[in-house]
Design a binder for this molecule. Structure first.
Ligand SMILES: Nc1nc2c(ncn2[C@@H]2O[C@H](COP(=O)(O)OP(=O)(O)O)[C@@H](O)[C@H]2O)c(=O)[nH]1
Ligand SMILES: [Mg+2]
Length: 231
């Protein structure tokens, strides 16, 4: 069916923008490989627990990492990590609903002015379950979080986002009972989209779950894993 808001010209412009992003993402991928950096693109709705997860990893010293933060406005998230001694740089996108590879490249330059990059790099994308799914950031792993208060029905409602994922994290697991969240529903829906995708169930109150997640990241780094998803 034809999209009434898109004419041929706008499709051409859009594909030019996307391919420019793809070119930059290829360069980022090369940069990560050449500098032994393992980049993790965290995507989710706002408030699902991305920054809290990074805070917990830093507080428990589970990994050494640098952070690129993305939000429309404020440097609050970067500040939360800076407060814990983590090298973090905030990108404010204004009204853009996603991060682009060029923004990440510039942010890496800013981080490097302060300290050498650590071997793990988290990129906390702008919170939403739609736009970030269209922009390759060259990350080794694309991880999508879904928090229990959001409901267990989101995978098939936002398939493009979950198709990006090399792993999915159900966050705020301590609230599973309160929200009647069914992990089996998420597993079943993910299996319909793509088989065998790793699924983690985390709570910032459960250290073992955080350790298990970080072990997964270490294993993937050890394998030199690079996401094969084409955005
Ligand atoms: N109960 C519970 N609350 C959490 C957990 N993780 C994060 N939160 C809370 O969820 C809210 C949003 O978290 P935040 O990390 O800022 O979300 P972000 O927008 O995805 O970065 C904050 O009030 C956190 O304290 C968790 O594991 N359990
Ligand atoms: Mg955040």
């Amino acid at each position: 069916m034809e999209n009434p808001t898109m004419n041929k010209k706008s499709i051409e412009v859009l594909s030019r923008i996307l391919s420019k992003n793809d070119e930059e993402a290829i360069k980022l991928r090369e940069f990560y490989r050449n500098n032994n950096i393992f980049a993790i693109n965290l995507m989710s709705s706002p408030g699902s627990g991305k920054t809290t997860l990074l805070e917990s990893i830093a507080k428990k010293k589970l990994l050494e990492f640098s952070v690129v933060e993305g939000d429309l406005q404020t440097n609050r998230d970067a500040q939360r990590l800076l407060n814990l001694g983590v090298n973090a740089h905030q990108i404010t996108t204004g009204d853009a609903c996603h991060l682009e590879a060029l923004m990440v490249k510039e942010a890496l330059g800013e981080l490097q002015k302060k300290a050498p990059l650590k071997e793990y790099l988290f990129i906390e994308n702008v919170g939403n379950l739609v736009c970030p799914a269209s922009y390759d950031l060259g990350a080794n792993l694309n991880i999508v979080l879904l928090s229990t208060p959001e409901g267990d029905d989101k995978v098939l409602k936002y398939p493009t986002m979950f198709l990006c994922a090399d792993a999915v994290v159900v966050s705020k697991a301590d609230l599973i009972e309160i929200f009647g969240f069914k992990i089996e529903q998420v597993r079943e829906d993910l299996d319909k989209l793509k088989k065998k995708i790793p699924l983690f169930v985390l709570s910032n109150k459960d250290e073992a779950s955080l350790v298990q997640f970080c072990e997964f990241l270490k294993t993937k780094k050890g394998e030199n894993y690079v996401s094969s998803h084409t955005f």
